[in-house]
Ligand binder design. Structure first.
Ligand SMILES: [Fe+2]
Length: 238
């Protein structure tokens, strides 16, 4: 079945964004966060999983700080009468601290059975396989953030296919389809789409400026033809 229109892919749930003020390289203020969420609403979204970075080297965020942050955003939404469901997740860097957290059964920000993980852009981390194993051992599903952006995979969808066959869900970013991150990334996004290796389309929204590229991505010739039944986005609506 085809759910979109010929003008745009319509999604109602997003799984990747940086909308908690001041905790990572995403929005800086509550006003910016609300401004972006209003735009998501206009696009037809009704649920956003927001996923602040957690990494040992750059963003050693604590879950409780992030929980407080998301509550502030939710309170402001309700004050302004904006109807948008927000759920807290995290974008975990595949580093030693994350592996330790998993092994020690620490406070993990998973959402609806999923855990969002990213790697550095130039090297495939050797501990990634172990991280996948640990996430799955908890009965959760690992989701790899923007597989199309990793330089170590450019021109090679085989490794992504292998990982996916091992249970790693793939989240491709909408704006990659219009070259927001570069031409190699666009090419990879197109290949992943062609080979049906995409599980989620995410926004990876950091700032209001990026909203324009999300819109362009959703309206791109590639995504507007995508069958929503091939995506898991809609399954997140409860
Ligand atoms: Fe992100």
């Amino acid at each position: 079945m085809f759910f979109g229109t010929k003008d745009q892919l319509f999604l109602r749930a997003d799984i990747h964004s940086h909308l908690i003020p001041g905790v990572d390289d995403g929005v800086k203020t509550l006003e910016q966060s609300i401004e972006i969420i209003r735009e998501f609403q206009k696009l037809g979204y009704s649920k956003l999983i927001t996923t602040p970075h957690i990494s040992e080297s750059h963003y050693p965020n604590y879950p409780d700080t992030l929980r407080k942050g998301v509550l502030i955003v939710m309170e402001e939404l309700s004050k302004q009468g904006i109807n948008m469901e927000i759920e807290l997740g995290a974008e975990y860097m595949a580093d030693g601290a994350f592996l330790k957290l998993l092994k020690e059964d620490g406070d993990l920000l998973s959402w609806q059975g999923y855990v969002l993980v990213e790697t550095g852009f130039s090297n495939y981390p050797l501990i990634f396989d172990e991280i996948i194993f640990e996430i799955k051992a908890k009965g959760l599903h690992p989701v790899l953030a923007h597989p199309e952006r990793y330089g170590y995979w450019f021109g090679n969808t085989k490794s992504i296919k292998n990982l996916r066959e091992r249970g790693v869900k793939m989240q491709v970013t909408a704006s990659s389809f219009v070259g927001y991150y570069g031409s190699d990334q666009k090419k990879m996004a197109k290949s992943l789409l062609k080979e049906s290796l995409i599980d989620f389309i995410g926004s990876d929204m950091h700032s209001y400026d990026q909203m324009e590229y999300l819109k362009r991505g959703l309206a791109s010739q590639y995504l507007r033809k995508l069958d929503l039944e091939k995506l898991l986005n809609e399954s997140l609506l409860t």
